[in-house]
Ligand binder design. Sequence first.
Ligand SMILES: Nc1ncnc2c1ncn2[C@@H]1O[C@H](COP(=O)(O)OP(=O)(O)O)[C@@H](O)[C@H]1O
Ligand SMILES: [Mg+2]
Length: 317
Amino acid sequence: MTEPNTEPENKPGSTEPESDATAEASPKVDLEHLPEGFEYIEKLVDEPAPDDQQIREETGQQTTAHQEQQPYIAFDHVSKSFGDFHVLKDVSFFVNAGETLCILGRSGVGKSVSLQQLMGFYKPDSGRILVAGEDIIDFDEEQMQAIRKKVTMVFQNGALFDSLSIRENVAFPLRENQHLDEDQIQQIVSGLLEMVGVTGQSDELPSSLSTGMKRSVAIARALAAQPEAILYDEPTTMVDPLIAKLMGDLIQKLKYQLKLTSIVVTHDMRFAQRLADRVLFLHEGKARFFGTIDEMKASDDEILCQFLELDELVLPG
Ligand SMILES: Nc1ncnc2c1ncn2[C@@H]1O[C@H](COP(=O)(O)OP(=O)(O)O)[C@@H](O)[C@H]1O
Ligand SMILES: [Mg+2]
């Protein structure tokens, strides 16, 4: 099986500063007459992001977490090994439509493998997996491709097409799936790039971008496919705090404006606190904790508390 995310994340020379995110540079894009289905871009470009934590404090409630819903994504007693190595042992969790789940856990604990199973890149050894409301366990490649139109993944390295310009990377899903003329495609691409804060470099190749900007372009490309859900693999790892803030804002806006369902794998507890309706904490292959942010804060599980304390040390507030 081909591993979709094999490019080393941190190549020599890829640690350049991320300051290009703030570059003011854009030739003004006409965002007023966007094609059907993309009108939201105009609203999202300028609007400030809502903050789940703030909403929770003000209302004393979960934001979008509703117990009674049918899950949109779920693991039901999933186990997965590579050879003798048991990565995931009997892991269960769910994400309702419109909710955000954050997956936390140490490096190597199986976070990426979990996302890759949701995308159908790996099959579990046992258990059931629900994606877009469907049990995908027995799905063939063609059926999975239909699922991947609804649920897309943003890889750590962006997984952009190296030989296509940034603009063409974002245009790719539009050319594949839509009946749009060239002007409309260019207008949507410009709008999406503006929305994710990448302006001025759109005719260059992805190699000219920093890690954070590659991820931003990958998000723009994911949105061009008009998904119902996005899975983000460590969107804020190895980017500076400014980019991390922009990523958080963007994921937040997509949640509230587009009602996108998301799973965010992250090490960053502050990020999780801001975004998550629920949290899955993986430890030694098991779902050590699964619950709402408030339940997590109230938990006295020793290992979870240790993880959260350690995280505070690593990321001084
Ligand atoms: N294709 C594979 N073959 C063998 N082992 C793998 C493969 N993919 C991942 N693993 C192993 O599974 C474990 C979990 O990996 P991963 O999900 O990438 O961890 P993380 O939580 O850091 O994302 C790691 O020990 C990794 O080495
Ligand atoms: Mg990973």
